[in-house]
Design a protein around this ligand. Structure first.
Ligand code: NAP
Length: 267
């Protein structure tokens, strides 16, 4: 699928809302209101890593909920007549050029792009804490934690211009000390997602006075190149749940570590 602007066309589907005692969803007046969660004001959503995998589904599901979506990718993207430069989230210069091309208030920034050690050529037991190379560890951290921090920083004027803006850092349960102590084959992945979680809580604290919501969100185990074909959730299923969860976030949620369905994930 080619990345690009997903426009503000007619709703294509209904973001799923997974009932949970912890999920504080907004009041929904009718099924139509739920289907068009973002109709009231044209909402602009930026999703990184939206050329394949979960990023594509997130862009499509936000569009289905009525938002304008900029599906950012390393190969570039376009929004109507406006062409946006490629975004390499591991390259600070690329982040600055990409952010400077965005002139609209950004209501939702989804930091989705990420890598694991396999992408960098490390397989099998080369990925564990006794073998993983420092370069691989640091490269994952640059893309998975530093990049989202820098993009949020670069887009801050655009986020400040959108009342109630939200930054959604797509993390992993493997970034949890509770879960990651016993799971995961890739030391750099666990550590980089733990770093992203730390970036999330610290940024949430700094941006709370501005009314900007910042959360870490584990998307579930999803059938993508990264998750593999045995994963529990389809990308559209996970993305629809995430869009529903994000639409219900308020400043009271800032700094939380959430699952795709809006329930709290242990740190
Ligand atoms: N799948 C799962 O089970 C699972 C579980 C927990 C968390 N997650 C998280 O969910 C998010 C999406 O994962 P996924 O499963 O969709 O992974 P994926 O299938 O491997 O796709 C990764 C995406 O990130 C992009 N990307 C990688 N490096 C980039 C860079 N330097 N600059 C810009 N874009 C870059 C890729 O673009 P290219 O096409 O250009 O490479 C691709 O679009 C990630 O944050 C991942 O850590 C996934």
């Amino acid at each position: 699928m080619v990345p690009g602007c997903f426009g503000n066309g007619p709703p294509l589907g209904c973001p799923a809302r997974h009932a949970s005692t912890e999920y504080r969803a907004p009041a929904i007046a009718s099924p139509d209101a739920e289907r068009r969660a973002y109709d009231a004001a044209v909402t602009y959503v930026v999703v990184t890593g939206a050329r394949r995998g979960l990023g594509v589904s997130l862009a499509e599901q936000f569009e289905a909920a009525g938002a304008d979506v900029l599906a950012a990718a390393r190969s570039g993207s376009a929004c109507g007549s406006q062409v946006h430069p490629p975004l390499d989230i591991g390259d600070e210069a690329s982040i600055k050029v990409f952010a400077a091309s965005i002139e609209r208030p950004v209501d939702v920034l989804v930091n989705n792009a990420a890598i694991d050690a396999r992408v960098l050529g490390a397989h099998g037991d080369e990925r564990g804490p006794l073998k993983l190379s420092p370069d691989n560890f640091l490269a994952q951290t640059r893309v998975n934690a530093v990049g989202p921090m820098l993009l949020t920083r670069a887009l801050l004027p655009r986020l400040e211009a959108a009342p109630g803006a939200k930054v959604v850092n797509i993390t992993s349960q493997l970034g949890s000390m509770w879960y990651g102590a016993e799971h995961g084959r890739d030391m750099g992945y666990n550590a980089s997602k733990a770093a992203l979680n730390a970036v999330t809580v610290r940024t949430a604290g700094v941006l709370r006075p501005k009314g900007i919501v910042v959360v870490a969100l584990h998307p579930g185990w999803v059938r993508t190149d990264m998750g593999g074909s045995s994963a529990a959730l389809g990308p559209d299923e996970a993305a629809a749940a995430i869009v529903g969860t994000v639409s219900g976030l308020t400043i009271d949620d800032t700094g939380r570590f959430l699952r795709w369905d809006g329930t709290d994930h242990p740190w």
